[in-house]
Design a protein around this ligand. Sequence first.
Ligand code: PLP
Length: 297
Amino acid sequence: MNLNPLNTETLQNDASQAINYLSHYYENVHKYPVRSEVEPVGFNWIASPAATELEAIVLDWMGKLLNLPQQFLFSSGGGGVMHGSTCEAVVCTLAAARDRALDTHGEEKITKLVVYASDQTHFTFQKSAKLVGISPRNFRVLPTYSSRDFGLSPTKLTETIEADISQGLVPLYVCASVGATGSGAVDPIDGLGRIAKEFGAWLHVDAAFAGSACICPEYRHYLNGVEFADSISMNPHKWLLTNMDCTCLWLRNPKLLVDSLSTNSEILRNKASDLNEVIDYKDWQIALSRRFRALKL
Ligand SMILES: *Cc1c(COP(=O)(O)O)cnc(C)c1O
């Protein structure tokens, strides 16, 4: 419709057609299919309650499919978020771990924080660590062996952490893989998790592609010990055949993530957020704007 507000002869008719169209739409809105092209920009809950609520629901669904411990579900105080990539999930959880550690040990310890991974861990972890200010000097790549199916040895991790502590360093974050990209290696999450816990380090489980397989009961044992993890991520856009981009990240304590990533801009202030009763996903990710990814999952 070409509505020309300057033409007084046609304006009345055009405007009434527009109003008819809108009221017809509102009356019949339930008959229109919701398509994945629907793109509200759901920064926070108030910007798109539907996108926010549905995302929380599908994260709990996926968490239950993977038989994750209750602690990762919204229904039990944990929760999840959709990111565009595993890299983002790792950057964000590293930032949360870093801020928690600096809170405990003092800001001046930023140069002392150490992260741990195996020589099979995805290279995205190295990049993410650099992005949050971890010196490459404090990035430990622990060797793995074919005799142990390239899994990261808990004994090796303990030895390395103890050596670092004796040098005045602070263990920050352990990245365990369930399905390393190059070799398919699975790290023993249970053993690594107990150690991370003992030394106050964050344990992240990167199950980017192979995580989907753990939906099958016969493969679920690869996630045994995930109850010791602080966070776990997997990409439905890999083996679960969801289209790009779709990474699920669950956290045991989402507050740590929100504390690290939240912003408080006057232009986004609203009653729902002020009452602390809603999820504002802008505080769970790097960017402000976000897509309605829940629909495709
Ligand atoms: C694919 C993959 C990644 C990187 O995933 P992005 O979503 O592209 O960042 C990280 N870890 C593992 C194990 C992967 O297979």
